[in-house]
Design a protein around this ligand. Structure first.
Ligand code: HEC
Ligand code: HEC
Ligand code: HEC
Length: 119
């Protein structure tokens, strides 16, 4: 009588552990669309490792490829909203605190592909 729930419980626990370990973390490096200023190469995995909490970013947009563009096209995200509210905001805050951070100037984030190729 008592055994069935125990077996069920361990199956549920094991399933939860397995699901957590195969969590889809997406690509390690992502090339984000940045308009005329040029695309933005984004080290996704490095941010995951340093920041740990996925929701620091994935509250504004879901964990899907092309999510930002999709929401911008639908008018649910403004252009530059992610850039200003997340990327640059965080980098600036960390710089103020004197901690290791990411770029805050346009050209260190946006890379002109054509120019890179002409070099
Ligand atoms: C610093 C911001 C940031 C953090 C933190 C972050 N992500 Fe992302 N993630 C992004 C961006 C930006 C994209 C690209 C969205 C797009 O293509 O429009 C993305 C895309 C994804 C995708 C879609 C697949 C892909 O490669 O495009 C998955 C899955 C994903 N993230 C999972 C996670 C998980 C799981 C975590 C936590 C362990 C996490 N992310 C943490 C910014 C972040
Ligand atoms: C920390 C990196 C970072 C910095 C610094 C940065 N950007 Fe961005 N920018 C992005 C990202 C990521 C996007 C795409 C997401 C979004 O639209 O919020 C973007 C989007 C944009 C867009 C909109 C593209 C579109 O048509 O949808 C423009 C325009 C832009 N940036 C210009 C600039 C200018 C000008 C500066 C300097 C004042 C700048 N950016 C600094 C990362 C950055
Ligand atoms: C909550 C804070 C936070 C957010 C949000 C965030 N970053 Fe960063 N970023 C960091 C930190 C911390 C580092 C330094 C990582 C390390 O220690 O390697 C970094 C590093 C980087 C680098 C690497 C610079 C180098 O030295 O090579 C790039 C590029 C970058 N971020 C772009 C972005 C873009 C684009 C976004 C928005 C989609 C973003 N970051 C959002 C905290 C953040």
């Amino acid at each position: 009588m008592v055994r069935i729930p125990v077996v069920l419980l361990s199956v549920l626990v094991l399933t939860a552990i397995t699901m957590a370990s195969v969590q889809n973390k997406g690509a390690a490096e992502i090339d984000l669309y940045g308009g005329k200023s040029g695309n933005v190469p984004f080290p996704h995995l490095r941010h995951q490792n340093v920041l740990e909490d996925c929701n620091i970013c994935h509250t504004l947009f879901p964990q899907e490829t092309g999510a930002i563009q999709k929401l911008k096209d639908a008018g649910e995200l403004k252009k530059k909203q992610v850039m200003n509210k997340q990327c640059t905001k965080c980098h600036r805050q960390l710089r103020k605190k004197g901690e290791k951070t990411g770029p805050i100037t346009c050209k260190t984030c946006h890379v002109k592909v054509e120019k890179e190729r002409d070099k």
